[in-house]
Design a protein around this ligand. Structure first.
Ligand code: FER
Length: 247
């Protein structure tokens, strides 16, 4: 494992690169956590290890305001994450050892994966949004973020749920994002994995995304939640099966 920082316009993004055993040149997957998440979460590490086991390097990166990266959590927005991810994709594109690139993210990182796939449709062999939180823009437009409600035409300075505090700009940014447009712009293979008892992202969004993409597969994890508490091995198996099919 190699640990380092990738710069994005003065923001240091904390990264770890794990190589598969005995490989010189190989494909590389960029792997991104969710909202309030980080690269050492159980489901993120499980995906990293499984992907390494099929001969693919994994670059885990923490986005603005998360983990050991720069920026304050309360000031993060989807635009900042998009800028970060574009910098990471550029970094990955320039790695000599990396052949094909894959992009995978969980929850808000899955939403990010869907946006970046549409913005960089030529860069990825396939993309893997896991339980993608692509209802966030719809909710923000209807006046809800983090379960807190507000007048969507008059966003407050601060959004709060318990100890989680976000600047109102999070909602201003989210309201402008139209995920369907980015779904339409990506034509490559997509794997969506989601538990059918996800408490954070309505399962219907996974079904809808799989319908809208030109070439998507949906793997449903039965009786599982947002972070796959009960059947994580089914998630990693779905990911490795898909990668073997699309290598
Ligand atoms: C929300 C529901 C889910 C929200 C964010 C999420 C910011 C993201 C969850 C995750 O990334 O795990 O209302 O608001």
């Amino acid at each position: 494992m190699e640990e380092f920082y990738i710069e994005d316009d003065g923001i240091r993004l904390h990264a770890k690169l794990d190589m598969p055993e005995g490989r010189d040149k190989c494909p590389l997957m960029i792997l991104i956590h969710g909202f309030t998440g980080h690269m050492e979460e159980r489901h993120i590490v499980a995906v990293q290890e499984a992907v390494n086991s099929v001969g693919i390097a994994v670059l885990r990166v923490e986005m603005y305001g998360h983990g050991k990266s720069g920026g304050e959590f309360r000031n993060h927005t989807l635009y900042k994450w998009v800028g970060n991810a574009l910098a990471v994709v550029k970094y990955a594109r320039n790695l000599d050892f990396a052949t094909d690139l894959y992009l995978c993210g969980h929850s808000q990182g899955g939403l990010l994966t869907m946006l970046i796939a549409g913005m960089c449709p030529d860069d990825f062999k396939a993309v893997l949004p896991l339980s993608p939180a692509w209802m966030i823009p719809d909710l923000a437009r209807s006046g809800e973020v983090l379960g807190a409600t507000f007048d969507p035409a008059h966003i407050p300075d601060e959004l709060r749920r318990g100890d989680v505090i976000l600047d109102g700009n999070y909602a201003r940014v989210a309201q402008t994002i139209h995920v369907e447009d980015e779904i339409r712009r990506y034509h490559g293979p997509v794997l969506i994995v989601q538990g059918d008892r996800d408490e954070a992202v309505p399962y219907e969004y996974a079904v809808r995304a799989a319908q809208l993409y030109e070439n998507a597969k949906l793997v449903t994890i039965p009786d599982d939640d947002h972070c796959y508490t009960y059947h994580l091995p089914m998630v990693t198996e779905a990911v490795t099966d898909f990668l073997r099919e699309h290598s």
